[in-house]
Design a protein around this ligand. Structure first.
Ligand code: FE2
Length: 371
């Protein structure tokens, strides 16, 4: 692992993740899933009733995390084509900025591919400026400037209230990082993109010796915005004896895309207990993982016997430790999944768990016949 601390040219300060938009085949049901299983609440809606004739979107929220679930209302739309190719998946990572026009102009000047010119949208709550550029695959970054807006979400949306069904939140706080899978040989291209176009810095790298099992391997580099609020690890497959999880993703997603979204909690035992009780499925490592845990990570605040039945993993770096767990994939295709993470000082990504995790992933692949 190498760590770079110099080099952040923060010409594009980003305040945080504004929202994540998924293109899905049934937005109404997907929104219900994120409410019932993940503890999100209804926030906003657009569709036929609001004059949106082609697309329907449901927005759900939990603390700082906003998810937009969008489906087409007719055939032949861009959204429909995206779903036909990729299945359900992340289309937009929206980044909250102070000036969406400036961010767009800087990015384009530095070589970004245009997606959406700055557009000002207004309603009775004020105005929002949005612009957008392409990232890997068909994923886009939309810059959102909302300093002159006090509505629920964005102009064009109405408040979506569901009086009778609002499950309790499970303690998810904010997006900690979002990982992309890119094709063989493309990782460094996208590292350069985030450095040159977005002013990000590479803070870590893992090679195939760090991330390999007997059968499969991958490489990863972690890009961070100057203030550290946005972190995008980028994976590419590495040659191995069998097909790696990244290869499986690329095959089933039919291209590059978002592999997992890590969301932070302040109490992972409570959060994961809630998620499990609501039907969320997690990857499991063998029980023997816990027999040697104290030896590997030293003393931690949590009772290991509380972590063991839930399958929560622990790793330590120079600055502290972290607890993490990964869901199984959450749509029809074996593509995207979530990570739940609690940081106790650690700023890394759980390198000490990679081997046990990837072996768990291989067992899932084996069941699917895709290893
Ligand atoms: Fe992660």
């Amino acid at each position: 692992m190498s760590q770079t601390i110099e080099g952040a040219k923060d010409f594009m300060p980003i305040n945080g993740t504004d929202y994540l938009e998924f293109y899905v085949s049934n937005a109404k049901q997907a929104a219900h899933y994120y409410k019932s299983a993940f503890g999100f609440k209804s926030l906003a809606y657009k569709g036929l009733e609001t004059g949106s004739k082609e697309l329907e979107s449901y927005v759900v929220v939990q603390d700082k995390i906003r998810l937009v679930l969008t489906s087409p209302l007719k055939s032949g739309t861009e959204v429909g084509k995206h779903i036909d190719t990729h299945g359900d998946g992340v289309k937009v990572t929206a980044l909250w900025v102070d000036d969406a026009t400036y961010a767009y102009n800087e990015a384009i000047k530095r070589g970004a591919t245009h997606y959406m010119k700055p557009v000002t949208e207004k309603d009775e709550h004020g105005e929002v400026v949005r612009s957008g550029i392409y990232s890997y695959g068909e994923v886009v970054h939309i810059f959102v400037e909302r300093k002159n807006y006090n509505g629920a979400f964005l102009p064009g949306f109405v408040v979506w209230e569901t009086a009778n069904y609002n499950p309790e939140p499970v303690g998810l706080k904010y997006v900690d990082h979002m990982v992309g899978n890119v094709a063989l040989g493309q990782m460094n291209h996208w590292v350069k993109f985030y450095e040159e176009v977005m002013g990000f810095t590479q803070i870590m790298s893992f090679d195939d010796k760090d991330i390999s099992t007997e059968f499969t391997a991958l490489m990863s580099k972690v890009m961070s915005s100057g203030n550290g609020r946005i972190k995008f690890p980028i994976n590419e497959p590495a040659p191995g004896l069998k097909k790696s999880q990244v290869d499986e993703y690329l095959e089933f997603y039919e291209g590059e895309g978002v592999q997992h979204i890590a969301v932070a909690t302040n109490d992972i035992v409570k959060t994961v207990t809630e998620l499990r009780d609501r039907g969320v499925e997690f990857l499991r490592v063998p029980d023997s993982y816990y027999d040697v845990l104290t030896e590997r990570v030293g003393k931690i605040d949590e009772d290991i016997e509380a972590l063991r039945p839930l399958g929560i993993l622990v790793d330590r770096d120079d600055e502290g430790y972290l607890l993490q767990i990964f869901t199984k994939t959450v749509q029809a295709r074996p593509t995207m999944f979530f990570e739940i993470i609690q940081r106790k000082g650690a700023t890394s990504f759980g390198k000490g768990n990679f081997k046990a995790l990837f072996e768990a992933l291989e067992r899932e692949q084996e069941l699917r016949g895709t290893l």
